[in-house]
Design a protein around this ligand. Sequence first.
Ligand code: BGC
Length: 373
Amino acid sequence: MRSKTLALAAVGAGVALVLSACGANEAPAPGAGGSSSGVAAPSGGTKVGVILPETATSARWEGFDKPMIIEAMKAQGLDADVQNAQGDTATFTRLADSMITQGVKVLVIASINSELGKTVAAKAANAGIPVIDYDRLNLGGSSKYYVSFDNSKVGELQGQAMVTALKDKAGAQVIEIEGAPTDNNATLFYQGQQKALKPAYDSGALKLVRSQPIDNWDNQKGGQAFEQILTQNGGKVDGVVAANDGLAGAVITVLNKNGLKVPVTGQDATAAGLQAVLRGEQYMTVFKPIKQEAEATAKLAAALAKGDTAAADAIATQTEKDPKGNRDVKSVLLTPQTITKANVKDVITAGYVKASEVCTPELKAACTEAGIS
Ligand code: BGC
């Protein structure tokens, strides 16, 4: 009952207010968007369990996904219990076990890694509960449905942006700070980036210094790895492909410390990322309209909760390859958008981040210039 009240309060207060409670990669204020510890007691509507992976790897999970999923599920007459495993696999397992025991009608998982997701999906299937892989596909898993973005396209946008940013600097040196090797998305982002970057590396237009995957998307480790590579390269870098805004922020801290300013990519269109773009420290970010991801997931969940697989299949009309399981997973794959200084406004207009969160006194002039008021 208590968590239902909190969830309703969050929905009533509007997503923007919930988002305003979140800084760069910080957890939101207590009470923002529902309960955060333990699994809520069952209440009224059809119960759907949702487990998000982390808080610290990106501000998106608590800032965008959680409130948007709660709202989208509610619109479908579903009662979503949205929990976050905080990057801890044991917590993820405990939350999943508890939701399965409670008899949720559908389980939605954005897993910390594929192995964990695969194990959880198998347990749920055993209990007759359909599973949706949310945002991250669990390789070798059994989930029948997947909702995400075209993640190869996300990487392509990042790679293209770097090629554009460095087009007048022949032989420019690029360092790549990539996501977790255990997250299939990180692999897809990398593959997409290389579509744009490899021809430039091959022709000598750009020079790759090093590509470094970062375990668990750990932002701090990303900054440390970048610093080490930069030092080993004699302090020389002309551009950094960072896989998301969190890693980009850590890279920018190191660049600033060394008095360097070079194009840096990002992803997630977080408030901190948008501020870095306006400040001219981050060249671009990728906006993924998570509201669409939440809505597609809620519609799928509503169909699956009724056992209506024909309706579910009519929603998930695309497919994503699971190379490990050697199967095509029925999917909804949404379209990402490049954000540079010129269109930061789009993210604010779409209601993801409030102008007041981005346009701090320091950035008032940049905001005016970018048409944000
Ligand atoms: C998500 C990104 C996010 C990253 C780290 C990926 O799976 O698609 O949006 O930045 O995980 O949390």
